[in-house]
Ligand binder design. Sequence first.
Ligand code: 6PG
Length: 469
Amino acid sequence: MDNLCGFLGIVGTGTMGQELALNVSGRGCKVIVFDQNQKQRQNLKDLGLNSVSSLANLVAALPRPRVVLIMVPAGSAVDSVVEELFTLLQDGDAVVDGGNSYFKDTQRRAAKAHDLSIYYYGAGISGGKEGARTGPAVMLGGPEEGLPLVMPILSGLAAVREKRLGFLYCGNDGVGHFVKMVHNAVEYAIMQLQAEIYLIMRDLELMKAEEIAASFATLNSGRLRSSLMSMNVAILKYQDDRQEGLLLDVVLDRAKQSGTGRWAANSALELGVPAPTLLAAVDARSLSMQGELRKSLHLQYSNISNPKIAKPNLDISDFEATLFAGIICAFAEGFSLLEAGSQRYDWTSHFSFSAICDVWNSGSILEADIMNIIGPVWGRVKKGASLLEDDQLAVTTMKTLPHARKTVTAAISAGIPIPALSASLAYFDGIRKANSGANLIQAQRDCFGAHTYQRTDREGQFHSQWQES
Ligand code: 6PG
């Protein structure tokens, strides 16, 4: 572990804040922590941390220039901490918001900080509880001038994987949180794709729990090895301690969300970036939350019989290739969103997709061997290209398609909902279709709204009287 010299104030010591405090203090940094909760303040003292009882005390205990890391839930809680901090800090001090804040909130707070000559940073921190304690991935955005103050601490607490540092300075204002938002959207997508493969194994192939666990272990031993996949392997074997059977079988099938996935979906819509797999994953979580409706409609439609189809006999190579193709599409969509965001918000100067791959592959939830396939693409394709434009990746992806079609077709025919798998395939088919059906939409828009249309055979805007009046 690096030995960090210096002082850090941490506000908010929920799971992530507390573990980061222990991480940083374990590396020799002098940490002063403040939590609103009195019981937690005592707990922090018991853990050997210097816990103070107010923000004012925290600021007073830090030598100038100060660095304060905020680890409170995104939204109004950040605003109230920031507002109070802005009254206590002085010019030249730095504030780092390490939560999953919405990047536009970070831009707004950074602008206010700038007026006060305070350095304001948004840091996307990934890796969960374990990562926070031992070394997370950190995606930082904020003013370049204050970097000498914050970088030693933030890069010092980050993960190191195979000599890659889990720290990346991404550029100005909200970019760190934007990169983390897209990271989370890809995270949602991969989780959903994996859950759909699990569902197919369980409800279509009628595989036993041990077979599913063994299949996921096999998936985790090849190019789909990843942190998330390792978690699946553990989850799929974990026995319930209250009764016989898997704990997973009694876990409620409702997946909540805290905001990042939805914001990414909104950003994709706002920036006009097609991201069907990412959006499907967000939607699937919303649908999962409608548990009562699902139960009642299940009964109402229980007499539906799906057309008789030959047993698909999907095997591990189908699952592997289908998942691989889906994950590649999720990353392709995510990187297109990053590209559009970097253009729209003027973050291009520090933007490097291969550096983003490296940081995502160093301590983040997305840590995966597939990053070793995706990362090098950015050294081969032209700037701003789609991930799918790489010749080498195209060869690999094409081999997966027959499997993906087989799996998706089998699941849809059997009425198994697979929104992300089917969206990823539709994305792939759509993005490589030279002649889409949108000519009809252009014509319809002109027909009912005189919006005009373009032609393939000559320049200009045209309008036709499509219907007899
Ligand atoms: C990470 C995770 C982490 C967290 C999010 C996910 O990279 O470590 O993304 O930040 O799990 O809160 O959010 P949801 O609650 O929306 O799933």
